[in-house]
Structures are given as C-alpha cells and as structure tokens.
Design a protein around this ligand. Structure first.
Ligand code: ATP
Length: 465
C-alpha cells in the first residue's frame, strides 16, 4: 500500500470508530443542538460506564491496592500564584500559526509533524516558523500556503471571581492536577502517617485552551487526568530504579488491566528540546492510534523543582524532617501523568474489530460498560419475560448488566456487540424445563447452555481472570 492509501485507510477507520461512538452512546459532540462547541465532547450512557470503569481501575491499581499512595481532590479553580510558581503563566503556551487565506489556526509543531514526519515539539519559535515557510507546508483546511508568523498563546483559562476585575479577582481553572499535590504536600504530611518514599494521587478535570485538528477526545479543552507525584529522598532512593518500577507499572496497567495489545505500544524518550529544563528524564508511553503513535502517558523525573518553586513563591517551608538523620530535606518527585479520556479513546480504538459484516468491540470484560445482556427470547411471552427479569435482577446485584427485549435476537446481538458486551444471556422455552440459559460469547459468537445457578460464578470467573 502507498503512504496515501494507508493514511486514507486510517482516516476511514477513525471515522468508523467515531460513528460507532455516536451511534451507540459512547461519545457525542459537545453542545451539539446549538451547532457544537469546538474541542468539547459529552459522554453518553455507554461512554460514561466505560470511562467510570477505566477511572476506577486506575484508582484501584495505583492507590487502593498500594500502601504508599494516598489521594487528594483539589479545587479546580485555583490561586493565580500557584500557576505563576509552576511556570504556567509565563511558559504554558503553544506556538500557533494562522492560515491567512481561511483563518484556520493550528499548533505549529503539530502542523509540521503531520506534514513533514518530523518531531517538532519544543523547537524554538523561529525554527518552527522557518520549517513551515521553507517547506511551503500547505494548510490542511484550504490547501494554500499563506501563513502568519508563529506566535505564542497561553493555554490557561483565566476566571474572574466576584464582581471586581483585576489582579485580586484573577484565578485560573487548573491546567493540570499535579499542582494540587504540591500545594497540599505539607497538609498531607501533617494529617496522615505517610513516610518517604510515598505518592499523592489525584484524578479529576483539567482545562487547557487547546486548538486541535479533531481526532475525537484525544485532545480536548476540558479533560480528566490521573496523576501521581511520587516523593522520595534522592540520597536514600535510587531514582533510576524507581523510574523503572513506574515504567513497569504503567505497562502492566495498560496491557493487563485494560487489555491493550502490546504491538500497539511503545516507549519514546523526550528529545533534549522537548524535555523541561528541570527534568532529568522524561519518557512517553505511546499508543498507535489510527492517526499514528501518540503520547498516552508521560513519565517524568522532575527533581525538587515544583516544591522549591512553591517554597519560593509562597514563602512557606516545604521541607520535611527526616526522623533518622534529623536533617531537613526537600523531596524529589517522579510523576506518571495520564489522561483518562485518552485511555478511553485507546481502549475503543484497540477494541474495534470488523469480521466480515460483523462489527464488535473486543473490550476486556473489566472495562466493558455492561458485563452481560439478558434477553427473553420473545418480549410478549410473560413466562419468558418473568424468568429473564428474575435472572437480570439477581445478576444486577453484582454486575452491571443490561436488559433488552426489543426486535429480534440478531438485532440485539448486533447492538450488544457494538457496545462490547462480552456475554448475551437468552431465556428461551427450554429454560422453563431445564433451568438453563443460552450464553453467547461476543468474540467467537459461540453459544453454550449454562445452568441459571451457575451464571454468577461463570461471569465472576470471566470478568476477574
Ligand atoms: P501534549 O504535549 O500532547 O500537549 P503534555 O505533554 O502537555 O501533552 P501532560 O501535561 O504531560 O501532557 O499531561 C499528561 C497527560 O494528560 C497526557 O499524557 C495526556 O494523556 C493527557 N492530556 C494532556 N492534555 C490533554 C488534552 N488537551 N486532552 C486530553 N488529554 C490530555
């Protein structure tokens, strides 16, 4: 296949995934009835369940199952000084360029990466400008090559509190969850029994005024993050060893908990230009989305940069006392940072399967919105409906199962396949005599008879294996 054919096929695949997500209630365009609002999305019933499962698995794996990580939930609206200290007010800016012909705006590094097949993130503005103009890069919207100079736009969302405008009322919607861990570092130390090394985790919304070329929920202005700041004393803990441990955990989570195919994953080390000046090592775990290998999850050793910045800007002592040596230390951190929505897009893309006419989502039962669907063979036979209702109610006590009695069985299978329900359970006339149901497997379409009293055990084994 030529490069163009591969690109067309991938674009087509992405369009099919987006269409399925809309059709089956995973992802809707934001504010749709008012014509949409760029780079915002809403999540439908299936999408909400899927996202909740991913978020809960993340929390369970990285917080609940560990005894060295605790959680916080910081305010989304936060003091402007936090973002001055963190460097976001001065430096959280993307280099943008506008097409003079059609007025479309693009991130300069992305425009170059998509046109020239070359990493451009972190390059100086003059270099980005030169690359666009020297290579006569064409506008992806209108095809012309008439660009403004590259300019910086800050991505933080300012908010004005109260009715007075000015510095005193200026706050920001948080641009990342990470700062919530740094500003509460001393609060956590003082209110819990944690000892170094330990992590503070947070899961919640962040906001960035992004310009994006589409690609569904990959990059949005409002998104959910899962971040951990893992604090340690660099004199006692070997950072390289810890860093490798976190790499293994991230890989394990993605492959074993979310069930992602390893061929679609790779690690990429940040180039010197893109790595922040205070970071000693940064790597991205990348996933092969239909639009190419892209960052899924960042892992950075950030030294003591963040705590020392907050110490400087707030005037508060951020050091802690080592009870063994009686020395005061400013801990260093390793930060694994992921987007929950981006994990969801990966899960959907990885699960999308076509076999002949059949389209299904091969979701791991752990993340699937519904673990099983229960059907009466016919919706107008009371004895079948009553029996199926009873099974449905029982299973629902333990699993998120769904009921369907519309249309024929073939249509019900097709709709459950498209939302990735691993098992369909049908109550038919034989059930009334033999106390067994037909269980159909999503991936193989194979059917087996299972006794009603064994259903709970069957599902538990399949979901938890
Ligand atoms: P990029 O370079 O792609 O803008 P970043 O390196 O700035 O991302 P981080 O600040 O490290 O991203 O954020 C951590 C994670 O949060 C990313 O790996 C990604 O999964 C997610 N993320 C960041 N920005 C967005 C966004 N606008 N929409 C959805 N997810 C995002």
């Amino acid at each position: 296949m030529t490069k163009k054919e591969i690109m067309d096929e991938n674009k087509n695949l992405m369009e099919k995934i987006v269409a399925l997500c809309k059709r089956r209630g995973f992802i809707f365009p934001g504010s749709e009835i008012y014509g949409g609002l760029a780079n915002t999305y809403d999540y439908g019933p299936a999408g909400t369940e899927l996202m909740r499962n991913i978020r809960n698995l993340w929390w369970d794996f990285f917080v609940s199952q560990r005894d060295d990580v605790v959680g916080v939930e910081a305010s989304l609206v936060s003091h402007r000084k936090i973002w001055e200290a963190s460097g976001h007010v001065a430096g959280f800016a993307d280099a943008m360029v506008d097409c003079k012909n059609c007025q479309s705006r693009f991130r300069a590094d992305h425009l170059i990466e998509d046109s020239l097949d070359k990493k451009a993130e972190g390059l100086p503005m003059e270099e980005l400008d030169k690359l666009i103009k020297d290579n006569s890069i064409k506008c992806p919207k209108c095809g012309k090559s008439e660009w403004t100079d590259v300019r910086k736009f800050n991505q933080l969302f300012p908010v004005n509190l109260g009715i007075v405008q000015g510095d005193d009322s200026l706050a920001y919607l948080r641009g990342e969850t990470a700062q919530g861990m740094f500003i509460n570092f001393k609060n956590v130390i003082d209110s819990t029994r944690v000892r170094l090394p330990f992590g503070i985790a947070q899961n919640g919304k962040s906001f960035r005024n992004e310009i994006t070329p589409g690609n569904s929920i990959f990059r949005t202005i409002e998104f959910e993050q899962g971040e951990i700041e893992y604090f340690f004393d660099p004199e006692k803990t070997d950072w390289e060893e810890k860093y490798e441990e976190w790499k293994k955990l991230m890989w394990e989570f993605v492959t074993e908990k979310l069930g992602i195919q390893t061929d679609n994953l790779q690690w990429r080390t940040h180039t010197d230009e893109e790595r922040s000046f205070y970071s000693k090592r940064t790597e991205d775990l990348e996933y092969k989305f239909p639009f190419g290998f892209k960052e899924l999850w960042g892992l950075a050793y950030r030294t003591d940069y963040d705590l020392s910045q907050h110490q400087k800007f707030s005037g508060k002592d951020m050091t802690i006392l080592d009870p063994e040596t009686n020395k005061r230390i400013l801990p260093h951190v390793i930060e694994p940072a992921v987007g929950i929505n981006r994990l969801m897009l990966m899960v959907l893309a990885d699960a999308y399967t076509e076999e002949g006419e059949r389209v299904f989502l091969k979701l791991s039962p752990k993340v699937a919105p519904y673990k099983a669907a229960v059907f009466p063979l016919l919706h107008n036979k009371t004895e079948l409906v009553d029996k199926a209702r009873g099974i449905y109610k029982d299973l629902k006590k333990q699993f998120n199962v769904v009921w369907d009695d519309r249309g024929n069985i073939g249509k019900r299978y097709a709709s459950q396949d498209e939302i990735g329900t691993p098992f369909c359970i049908t109550v038919d006339f034989d059930t009334l005599n033999d106390g067994a149901v037909t269980v159909r497997d999503r991936d193989t379409a194979a059917q087996e008879r299972i006794k009603i009293e064994e259903l709970m055990k069957f599902l538990s084994e399949k979901i938890n294996d």
